[in-house]
Ligand binder design. Structure first.
Ligand code: NAP
Length: 278
């Protein structure tokens, strides 16, 4: 059994992005918009800033008061869309309840949408065309590739059909010629379906959802879930119980989590290519 080391792969990828930026003398800039005072968001934004600093990408933060109107957020996005120096734009989620996140994020130009949430990028993923893929999904595929885990022809069972992970992952896996089954809260025979998975991906956010009985001997388990139990961050799997049945397994923390920021940095390189060639 191999524990997939997301932190190690993240460091490797950041090193590669840094090299590319230096060799090509690229001047890239990420604009992050944060509306309101969410503590978790501040940590996520700070991690993105640190990664930018490491690889040599400028990072401009727009910290807006929680009373900022939706119109002002859209106007700011419009300004950043038309600023040639801005390579990528992130509207940090969540936003205050008077703001429609999808509507605002949807106004980001597709080639600056490094989170991959706009209609054009969803369409590109759906059609298996080049575009900006949501970072957690891209990170999952990259972890499998880095560990040379074959996807083509494998039965991938995805638990969770959320818009950020589960749904885009269905297409990313199909684009890699996997056979995909999707499970959710209304799935009747979850245990049985999970036992047929060559690659089991859980993106739910429920501790101990995945138990030993649900794992086929030799399966690959990718745990995307994040929950807090007794002040500790845990995933969806009963890690110690299942690990010996798996060939590969991601820990939480330190598996999929670190990949998200690394994939934002890669998406900024793709964004620059799309701007010039798209
Ligand atoms: P979400 O939109 O709330 O989706 C959760 C999904 O889980 C839903 O499809 C739901 O089914 C399903 N579900 C709930 N209870 C279930 C059960 N008992 N059995 C089977 N399926 C069940 O959440 P999300 O945004 O996709 O995020 C999912 C998890 O991934 C969260 O823990 C989140 O924190 C984590 N996450 C991690 C990263 C990372 O970088 N590691 C990034 C993003 C998200 P229904 O559709 O039927 O309601």
């Amino acid at each position: 059994m191999t524990i997939i080391d997301g932190k190690k792969i993240k460091d490797k990828i950041l090193g590669e992005v840094k090299d590319k930026i230096e060799k090509k003398n690229l001047e890239l800039k990420l604009a992050i918009i944060l509306v309101g005072d969410n503590d978790a968001s501040k940590i996520y934004v700070s991690n993105k800033e640190k990664a930018c600093e490491y690889v040599g990408i400028k990072c401009d933060k727009y910290l807006l008061d929680s009373s900022t109107s939706q119109e002002d957020v859209i106007n700011l996005i419009d300004k950043l869309n038309n600023d040639d120096e801005v390579t990528g734009i992130i509207l940090q989620s969540p936003v205050p309840s008077h703001i429609d996140f999808d509507k605002c994020a949807g106004t980001i130009k597709y080639y600056k949408d490094v989170d991959g949430f706009t209609r054009d990028n969803i369409y590109n993923l759906y059609m298996n065309k080049e575009g900006l893929v949501p970072c957690t999904v891209k990170g999952i595929i990259r972890l499998l590739d880095e560990y040379k885990i074959e996807i083509e022809g494998k039965h991938v069972v995805i638990i969770g059909r959320g818009n950020i992970v589960g749904k885009p992952l269905i297409h990313a896996m199909m684009n890699r010629n996997a056979t995909v089954t999707v499970c959710h809260s209304k799935t009747k025979n979850l245990e049985e379906l999970c036992r047929t998975a060559d690659i089991l991906v859980s993106a739910v956010g429920r501790p101990n959802l995945i138990t030993k009985e649900m794992i086929k001997e030799g399966a690959v388990v990718i745990d995307v879930g994040i929950s807090r139990v007794d002040n500790k961050v845990v995933g969806d799997t009963s890690f110690d119980e299942i690990k010996d049945k798996c060939t590969f397994i991601t820990p939480v923390p330190g598996g999929v989590g670190p990949m998200t920021v690394a994939m934002i940095m890669e998406n900024l390189l793709t964004a620059e290519d799309l701007k010039n060639n798209g």
